[in-house]
Write a protein that binds this ligand. Structure first.
Ligand code: 5AD
Ligand code: SF4
Length: 469
């Protein structure tokens, strides 16, 4: 990184699609570009550089990129009429999967950068501004976040009291539906010392909640300061020691990597929130096998029982795919039964989408679109009823909420419950970035409504913004 930092003279607008890891990456791309003189903007018409941080997980997600590039052609033209240049870049998983093809299909694109190469952005932008079309989709050995360097404290503080922190990337599981092993590469864990350093810097900047991210986060096995690989449980214990970090979460986990230490961390560490995203994808053993998930429905049920013994008050969330090749009515019914047995507080569900290069895309016996639609509706209705039951069970309860931002209505703040639902509360702005005890009065569709609990302040107002400036 250059030591003589130029003043920010240009603007970058980053549009993020897909998962939370992309959200974290977008912030880190902004960090990487700051020393090259780029300040982040929320206004794409004002941007000298527009980056699309893309997702390739399903066909629909990937298609969005090309329609957005069509729109950006107009923006570029309008700015050109005012004598302003605009550079357009495609980052993220579509960039990794399609590389040169994007530059060929969309001539509006100046640069294409895969998720493991963001440290190269300043150099790429410099080359692109000389008229070169630059494509970088390497998987270098170095930790890209190391090369980008630490996010300045002021910037961390400006991003709010809750933050993502990538600890692991890539995947070696090769589920037969999934592009991730191809777009994000092999499973890599970051070193413990680097994660703890980043977490401490976040805490000093006023971050009170960290969500550890990884495509397979519970397979984390980063090098510890003792020279040994550390598990996610051990990492959580070390993070729980950091002053000011009140809440820890992690996502996304694979059922096969849920070890006893991690389960017990939900019992032993008050900082570890009672929420777990543990996708099962299907409840049919036949389909689980075809998906290469390497566990059965009953093994998943037993695992959930063990986790609930450690933390009875757990909000469980999952992902489901309907219409995987060969899925029969009975297979789908097995999924519905598993959902009834397990009871989710939330879940994401998708129609199967064949992805290029994955084994699933070569399988026969594709499920007709109308059948997938019917199954998705039935599954979502069941999940919605479970989600509402979970939310309803919170009414009348009092618990701490970390206020993150202003709400839609005047005088309203929004925070998250320990179980991750947004909670809307009438509260003064001075309570932003603090944790307060609230009592739930009623539920909305996807959120809860609460009143401040009299005398129930669980933490004092922190001098965060002063500390951060
Ligand atoms: N088709 C549909 N859904 C998919 N997912 C991953 N790959 C596909 C695909 N090819 C879903 C899985 C995963 C979530 C992030 O996206 O449920 O857990
Ligand atoms: Fe989408 Fe997966 Fe890439 Fe995240 S890692 S952006 S979910 S393809």
């Amino acid at each position: 990184m250059s030591s003589n930092k130029p003043l920010a003279t240009k603007k970058v607008f980053i549009k993020t699609y897909g998962c939370q890891m992309n959200v974290y990456d977008s912030d880190r791309m902004a960090d990487a570009l700051a020393p090259a003189g780029y300040a982040a903007t929320q206004d794409q018409n004002d941007a000298d550089l527009i980056l699309l941080n893309t997702c390739h997980i399903r066909e629909k997600a990937a298609e969005k990129v090309y329609s957005e590039l069509g729109r950006l052609r107009k923006v570029k033209g309008e700015r050109a009429a005012l004598g302003k240049e605009t550079m357009i870049g495609v980052a993220g998983c579509v960039a990794q999967a399609e590389g040169e093809e994007i530059a060929r299909r969309a001539d509006v694109v100046n640069l294409v950068v895969g998720p493991q190469s963001y440290q190269a952005l300043p150099d790429m932008v410099a080359r692109a501004s000389q008229g070169e079309r630059v494509v970088v989709t390497e998987f270098p050995d170095e930790d890209k976040f190391d090369a980008i360097g630490m996010t300045p404290k002021k910037v961390l503080a400006s991003r709010g009291p809750t933050a993502f922190l990538t600890v692991q990337e890539g995947c070696d599981k090769f589920c037969t539906f999934c592009v991730v092993p191809y777009t994000r590469g092999a499973e890599v864990s970051r070193d413990v010392a680097k994660i703890l350093g980043e977490a401490r810097a976040m805490a000093e900047a006023g971050v009170h909640e960290i969500t550890l991210l990884g495509q397979n986060v519970n397979a984390y096995h980063g090098l510890g300061p003792d020279g040994e690989p550390w598990s996610l449980a051990k990492l959580l214990h070390a993070l729980a020691e950091i002053d000011g970090l009140w809440r820890l979460r992690y996502t996304t986990s694979h059922p096969r990597d849920m070890d006893d230490d991690l389960i017990n961390a939900h019992r032993d560490l008050p900082q570890v929130m009672p929420y777990l995203h543990l996708p099962v994808q299907s409840g049919s053993d036949r389909i689980l096998k075809a998906m290469n998930r390497r566990h059965t429905g009953d093994e998943y049920r037993r695992l959930i029982d063990r986790i609930r013994q450690a933390q009875p008050d757990l909000a469980l969330s999952g992902d489901f795919i309907v219409g995987f090749p060969g899925e029969t009515d009975q297979d789908f019914e097995d999924t519905m039964q598993l959902i009834r047995d397990v009871e989710y507080a939330a879940a994401f569900s998708f129609k199967y989408s064949p992805r290029p290069g994955t084994p699933g895309a070569l399988m026969d016996d594709h499920v007709p679109e109308d059948v997938m639609t019917q199954r998705l509706h039935a599954l979502q209705a069941l999940i919605t009823s479970q989600q509402q039951a979970f939310q309803q069970s919170r009414v009348g309860l009092s618990f701490p909420v970390l206020f993150e931002k202003k709400g839609r209505n005047p005088g309203q703040l929004v925070g998250r419950s320990p179980w991750l639902q947004p909670v809307n509360v009438q509260a003064p702005d001075s309570m932003l970035r603090t944790m307060q005890t609230v009592t739930i009065t009623h539920t909305g569709t996807n959120s809860l409504f609460a009143d401040l609990t009299e005398s129930g302040q669980t933490s004092t107002v922190e001098p965060l913004l002063e500390a951060a400036s």
